[in-house]
Design a protein around this ligand. Structure first.
Ligand code: SF4
Length: 333
């Protein structure tokens, strides 16, 4: 087996059942990286606390998301898959990193300002420190590679600056500056054809939905807004249905839709039906695996606990080095 290139870390908030946007934007990439890197994938449930109003669904959302990850091909033999709160060392590292992070830098971040706009009544201390905790996630596992979309490059640059500040302050090289692995992450629009696919906007298509429910969602997708009547020629270039055809349909089908839509030789109803059928075919193996995994109530728990155990080994090593670098009194234990 070829030697792996380094360690990848990536985390995602527990949002429950995953949708097509999550699948195309992250999960597929997670699966692809497993063979070339030591991969560490984390359900970042502590991050979720910065904005949630209730934690009633936190546990079930974690389980449902992990189920989707496993069914989609994230392999616990190849990857460490775990839950952030199960390795509390990350909170300790977060505290130490916060001491080398100027407050003004955090409050000036566009993502912080955006969060304040979204949650004006809940601007909490954790929200300000969010990027520090995110840096701690990466640095605790000494990940040298972090898959990011171009919009996330500033977040990674922040983590790199934290490393430089920490290492400089304590005259150490214990923390590793992670490199961005810029991944072409497609912006998957929701069924409204306008905004990014998102559960909170209810414009998503759930991976684990039934074929019937999937078809219903696809049939409600917004198409080329200029195409009012069946006899109007359409423009596939501005149609989200066509974007998904390019991912889930055969090159021949894509070519014929591209041609026939422009001449009004295919209607949107037929076009969407084709997409729903191809999407359901694509997701059938995932759904079968998920159903099988879901029947065993222990499987997700076992994978996540085993992953936490493996993550803790790395975390403990890093934290021993970090504490020593800071210069705490060594009890000798
Ligand atoms: Fe979009 Fe297909 Fe309708 Fe053309 S025929 S506008 S590609 S849904």
């Amino acid at each position: 087996m070829a030697e792996k290139k380094g360690r990848v870390f990536s985390g995602a908030r527990p949002t429950g059942r995953q949708h097509l946007g999550n699948y195309l934007g992250a999960i597929q990439n997670y699966v692809a990286l497993q063979d070339d890197y030591h991969t560490v994938y984390c359900v970042v449930d502590v991050h979720a606390l910065t904005t949630v109003e209730t934690t009633a669904e936190l546990s079930s959302n974690t389980r449902e998301m992990a189920l989707d990850w496993l069914a989609a091909g994230i392999d616990p033999q190849k990857s460490i898959v775990f839950v952030q709160s199960h390795v509390p060392e990350v909170m300790e590292l977060h505290t130490y990193l916060s001491m080398v992070t100027p407050l003004g830098k955090l409050t000036a971040l566009p993502t912080f300002k955006e969060k304040v706009r979204e949650n004006p009544n809940n601007v909490n201390y954790g929200l300000v420190g969010y990027p520090v905790l995110m840096s701690a996630d990466i640095l605790l596992y000494k990940a040298d590679t972090v898959p990011v979309g171009t919009d996330q490059i500033p977040h990674l640059e922040f983590a790199r600056e934290v490393v430089r500040s920490f290492n400089h302050r304590y005259q150490t090289d214990v923390l590793v500056e992670p490199q961005a692995k810029v991944t072409k992450i497609p912006k998957v629009l929701g069924i409204d054809g306008e905004r990014k696919m998102s559960k909170s906007l209810n414009n998503h298509i759930e991976l684990a939905a039934t074929p019937e429910a999937t078809e219903k969602r696809v049939m409600s997708m917004v198409t080329d807004p200029q195409r009012i009547r069946r006899s109007d020629p359409g423009n596939p270039d501005i149609c989200n249905v066509f974007t998904l055809h390019k991912i889930f349909s055969s090159p021949e089908e894509v070519e014929s839709i591209n041609r026939d839509c422009r001449k009004a030789e295919i209607g949107c109803v037929d076009c969407k039906r084709k997409l729903a059928a191809n999407l359901n075919d694509h997701l059938a193996p995932f759904r079968a695996r998920r159903e099988k995994l879901a029947k065993d109530p222990d499987v997700v728990r076992d994978v996540l606990l085993d992953g936490a155990g493996r993550a803790k080994v790395i975390a403990a090593e890093t934290m021993a080095e970090v504490r020593q670098a800071i210069g705490f009194f060594d009890s000798g234990e």
